[in-house]
Design a protein. Structure first.
Length: 211
């Protein structure tokens, strides 16, 4: 009996689980070694050895050591895209995008991304800020294309409308995250709320039309 290629086999599922386990092991090792030795003094070889894999294997999961600092960024953006697709099509585009951003961010409230942004490792603040800026610029282009698909066909300058909506939503998120981080820096004992839930509240307080 032949196997239908569209139906995942047990072997396919096992391989995926092993891949997920390897990726998580690399993330866990990187986080621990960065804390213990510092980012600059931790090598790719150190991380690979900790996870019992080769450096070649590590590079199949992460292109650079810096990618291990913010491992959740792509997953967060994917969650936002999924949330946007799920929004009712009769919603105003700005409202739909804002809600998608809020819903997509919420599961990451206690993630490695939140930790990196709220309490970055010594010496990595500039690097984290630069990589986040690059990531947001790239995602803004992806989000703009999705927004354009939601606009009425008779909207003039649709490309500009889509770019403004996507840019406004992401700018609100970045501003709220920066503010949350500044507040945490001013009051290190503030542990009542995670960074991203705090950011979500600030976005709503800023009057962004999410409701």
């Amino acid at each position: 009996m032949t196997h239908d290629p569209d139906i995942p086999s047990a072997d396919t599922g096992l391989r995926q689980r092993k891949k997920d386990q390897t990726r998580q092991a690399l993330l866990d090792c990187a986080a621990r070694l960065f804390r213990e030795r510092g980012f600059a003094d931790t090598t790719v070889a150190d991380i690979a050895a900790c996870a019992n894999v080769s450096t070649r294997t590590l590079f199949r999961y992460f292109e650079t050591k810096e990618d291990l600092l913010l491992p959740d960024v792509e997953d967060l953006f994917a969650a936002v895209e999924t949330a946007l697709v799920a929004q009712p099509h009769d919603q105003p585009p700005m409202q739909a995008v804002c809600r998608a951003v809020l819903e997509g961010m919420l599961p990451f409230a206690t993630s490695g991304l939140a930790g990196a942004l709220s309490r970055p490792l010594a010496g990595t603040e500039t690097l984290i800020a630069a990589r986040m800026s690059q990531a947001f610029v790239a995602f803004e282009e992806r989000l703009t294309r999705l927004v354009a698909q939601r606009l009425p066909q008779n909207v003039g300058d649709a490309d500009l409308h889509a770019a403004l909506i996507a840019g406004t939503a992401l700018a609100a998120v970045r501003a709220a995250m920066r503010t949350s981080r500044a507040r945490r820096a001013a009051d290190p004992q503030s542990e009542a709320a995670g960074l991203l839930p705090q950011a979500l509240r600030l976005i709503q307080e800023a009057g962004i039309p999410c409701s």
